[in-house]
Design a protein around this ligand. Structure first.
Ligand code: FAD
Length: 531
């Protein structure tokens, strides 16, 4: 029997962004619901390895972090948002430590204990605060523990949002709540709230190969788009150059450090190829290496290339890459003797739901924070480790705005239950799995690392067909988690293609053979789509 529940704030997503916001609000006597469509650890946050960027080093400065971020963003970062985010770096790390996150420390020559700082691509200084090589896990587990302890927060696992609920008042849309599928019980319930926050993560699962967990299907972007929000910069999808290629390996990254320590990229015949693309060869920036691999794979019709570190002494490899060594061995690949099969993989969604500096969207009382949002921080290319920082800073900004406004927002009116009277159980689940595979394959082949006008229009033709088929299926059958994800993914795919088609230049992460140069004849423009 479907039932309705009422909250002050409904947060969709239990990653770094969603849980930070819940904890920042929870001491202010309000009822908060946090949903995750799978387990609470399902999002990308749990898998983040490197860390969180923040200025702590004696030789570092806010200005330098700003400059590096603007450089990476290739002319499309919003300088005010970059400054706002970067200046909140230290306070964000302090807040995480108050929540119990333990970061790696070091002892200086004078005996002082300080945070240990790593250096990553694009950063001119050491400024990556981390917990060994599993920062996301440390953050995620601490925040979950704090949230579980808090009496004002209700956590719902395996609750997948079907649709946002809105109404219009004097021409302006406002949010009222969401219809939510309890996927264990297979029933759709109504959750109303005065404020709703999308913290659903990115959309990298729109691609065949992705470093992201299963949850990154861009649901928040599709939900917001259907509800009437603008979406921006979806063409800027970041690809990581080297993800393990194996039928049973899901989303396992082969760290850039392997190339840093002398790993060579080779073709199936053993010949190297990076020298044809960049004088820095294997040490060229991520996007150049990813593009080179993609070029070779497409030209030769091969499934993967190989990363070979086996020329290094066995002990060196085992000591430097214990996790990669172990993980590959589980797939019968001994990296001390054999090259590692690798493919580039979709890693981070720079675009998303357009938000302002308080994480507000186009719909009253609907916010978007974390990877689902397009705040203006990343521009055309995200700098490593700025994304977890963005989650924390915009959770803080949204909490400030919500605390100021909440008492003035009236509770939603009664909402009709989800109507299942016209649908039946599907007898053709194969349609969903087939369309999933087809979509992710053509997005990879036609809308991936190297694009052309022809490839984009081929992909758009397929999106149109799939949209019709999925709409018909959705209209006839009871919703399932897989169907909801597919329905969202096809919208996300369309938004990526439309943004890519609008950009008649190559810039940052968007590279097209038809316009291979960056257009510097006029100021750089964000791509904004209006529903
Ligand atoms: C392998 C890997 C390594 C990374 N390393 C780093 C790093 O070192 N530093 C860094 O800054 N960034 C890193 N990133 C990126 C960073 O982890 C993410 O950008 C960030 O964690 C996103 O956090 P989030 O809270 O926005 O979303 P997520 O952590 O992805 O959480 C999304 C949540 O939304 C829920 N959800 C989604 N759709 C629905 C729905 N329809 N209904 C209900 N719930 C839903 C999910 O269940 C989940 O709880 C890495 C990413 C990956 C994949």
């Amino acid at each position: 029997m479907p039932y309705s529940q009422n909250y002050d704030v409904l947060i969709i997503g239990s990653g770094g962004a969603g849980l930070s916001l819940a904890l920042k609000l929870a001491d202010h006597s309000m009822r908060i619901a946090v949903l995750s469509k799978f387990a609470l650890t399902a999002g990308s946050t749990y898998y983040a390895q490197g860390g969180i960027s923040a200025v702590f080093g004696a030789d570092d400065s806010i200005e330098s972090h700003i400059e590096d971020t603007l450089d990476a963003g290739a002319g499309l970062c919003d300088p005010e948002i970059v400054r706002l985010t970067v200046t909140h770096g230290k306070s964000s790390i302090d807040w995480l430590r108050e929540q119990g996150v333990i970061f790696t420390e070091e002892q200086t020559a004078s005996g002082e204990i300080k945070l240990h700082l790593n250096k990553e691509g694009g950063h001119s200084h050491r400024r990556i605060v981390h917990t060994a090589d599993a920062t996301g896990k440390a953050v995620s587990l601490s925040l979950i523990e704090r949230a579980q302890e808090h009496a004002n927060i209700d956590l719902f696992e395996h609750h997948n949002v079907v649709e946002l609920i809105t109404d219009s008042k004097e021409g302006d849309k406002r949010i009222l709540g969401a219809y939510v599928l309890d996927s264990k019980k297979q029933e759709v319930r109504t959750i109303t709230a005065r404020v709703v926050v999308l913290a659903t993560g990115g959309a990298s699962k729109a691609y065949l190969y992705s470093t992201n967990p299963q949850s990154s299907t861009g649901d928040g972007i599709a939900l917001a788009w259907r509800a009437g929000c603008r979406v921006s910069n979806m063409e800027f999808m970041q690809f990581h150059p080297t993800c393990l290629y194996h039928p049973h390996a899901h989303s396992f990254l082969i760290s850039e450090a392997v190339r840093g320590e002398g790993g060579k990229l080779i073709l199936p015949d053993g010949s190297s190829f990076m020298q044809h693309f960049d004088p820095r060869e294997e040490l060229a920036p991520r996007d150049i290496v990813a593009r080179a691999i993609d070029h070779e794979m497409k030209k030769r019709g091969i499934d993967c290339v190989y990363l070979d570190i086996s020329h290094k002494p066995e002990q060196f490899i085992r000591e430097h890459f214990p996790t990669i060594y172990q993980q590959c061995l589980e797939f019968d690949i001994d990296i001390t003797k054999q090259p590692i099969p690798v493919v580039p993989a979709a890693h981070y969604t720079c675009g998303g739901v357009l938000t302002d500096s308080y994480a507000r969207t186009d719909i009253a009382n609907l916010y978007a924070i974390g990877e689902v949002a397009c705040t203006g921080l990343h521009g055309a290319n995200r700098m490593a480790s700025n994304s977890l920082l963005e989650c924390l800073v915009f959770a803080e900004r949204a909490s400030e705005d919500i605390l100021q406004k909440l008492s003035g927002i009236s509770p939603p009116p009664p909402i009709p239950d989800w109507d299942e009277s016209q649908v039946s159980d599907s007898d053709e689940e194969v349609v969903v799995s087939h369309n999933w595979e087809e979509l992710r394959r053509f997005m990879w082949d036609y809308v991936g690392i190297v694009r052309t006008d022809k490839r984009l229009s081929r992909a758009m033709n397929r999106v149109e067909l799939l949209k019709k088929e999925i709409a018909e299926y959705y209209g006839n059958f009871r919703v399932t988690s897989d169907l909801l994800e597919l329905r969202n993914l096809v919208i996300v795919a369309e938004l990526i293609i439309r943004c890519a088609q609008q950009r008649k230049e190559s810039r940052g992460l968007h590279y097209t053979l038809d316009y291979p140069e960056t257009d510097n004849s006029k100021p750089a423009q964000n791509t904004v789509l209006t529903p």
